[in-house]
Design a protein around this ligand. Structure first.
Ligand SMILES: [Zn+2]
Ligand SMILES: [Zn+2]
Length: 98
């Protein structure tokens, strides 16, 4: 129970809430291996890349983490608590308040 599992995408501790599983090889392509990952990180992967791209070029965590948008996301999420979740993430979070 005290196992500190970390997220393969962002490297933060997984925590106990808002956890998903990601298939590095999409189910459509007969991928079977699943990895626990933050829901928010998972969402980011799928909003950034199509299953085709995932299958062809982004079937390793290294490749995913090297993606420009995902790098920005990782930097952004780095200081958030493990269970943090939001529906929207904008990679260029310019403050638009006036
Ligand atoms: Zn994560
Ligand atoms: Zn997934």
């Amino acid at each position: 129970m005290s196992e500190e599992e970390t997220c393969p995408l962002c490297g933060r501790v997984l925590g106990t809430v808002n956890i998903d599983r990601h298939h590095l090889i999409p189910k459509t392509y007969k991928g079977k291996e699943q990895f626990p990952i933050h829901k928010i990180c998972h969402r980011k992967i799928h909003s950034t890349l199509s299953e085709r791209e995932l299958h062809h070029s982004y079937h390793t965590w290294e490749a995913l983490r090297a993606h420009e948008d995902i790098q920005a996301f990782i930097a952004w999420v780095a200081n958030k608590p493990p269970g943090f979740h939001t529906r929207t993430f904008t990679s260029n979070s310019k403050k638009q308040r006036r």
